[in-house]
Each structure stands twice: as C-alpha cells, then as structure tokens.
Ligand binder design. Sequence first.
Ligand code: ZN
Length: 137
Amino acid sequence: MPPVPIRAITSYHAHIYYRDAAEKRTAETLRAQIAERFSVQLGRWHDQQVGPHDRAMYQVAFPTEVFAQFVPWLMLNRAGLTILIHPNTDNPRADHLTHAFWMGEILPIVRPEQLPSALAADEAERIVPNSSPNLTA
Ligand code: ZN
C-alpha cells in the first residue's frame, strides 16, 4: 500500500470533552479563548453522549491551514481537558480509530462500526467559521 497523501485531509476536528460542571466551566473558558483567536467552526454543546464520543463534548471544526497555529495553542492551553484531534478524509472510521491523536486521556470510540469507511467526494464537510477572532494566539 502506498502512503496516503496529505491532500487526503480536507479539514480537522478537535473534540473538547468534559466530565462534570467544573470541567464544563473550563471548557466554556477554553471555547471563548478559541473564538477570540482562531477562525474556526464552533459546534453545539453535547451534554449527552453523541455519535462515537464517549463523554460530553463540543466540536471545533477547522481548515487545514489553521492546524499549525491552533493545535500547538491547544497543547499549551487545554487546562487539563481531554481533547481528540482527528483529520477528515474520505474514511471517517479510520480518521477516528487510527488517524487521530489525543491530548490527555485516551477515550474509547463508541460503536466504531457505525462510522462509514468510505465517503464520496461531495460528502466532505464544508467548514463555515463562526468565530470572531480579534486577538493573536
Ligand atoms: Zn469529529
């Protein structure tokens, strides 16, 4: 098998997890800090388990050109929260199970068999930033 070319990655997600009210407050602070600094698409709060995620979380979707600034910033500023970073390719199952990396704990991926292992090109997620960055990272 030849290596997968980097152009297979169309975007990324950061999933920011929280366990309890205290961690949710930390996650709220982090979310506000992200919105002030990065042009990203902030997803809804999921206080209940959703999809393949084993803990309450929100998603941050971001384009490939944001990775080199945003991910190192998260390394420095995650405040103890567990974060999953995964690419988005045409194989969501592999993106979550083998292409991903974790900051903090490694959580299980729930029901991975429900994640598709192939997407058509027109199914790629379109990132629509909804943050208003006005600070430098
Ligand atoms: Zn995701």
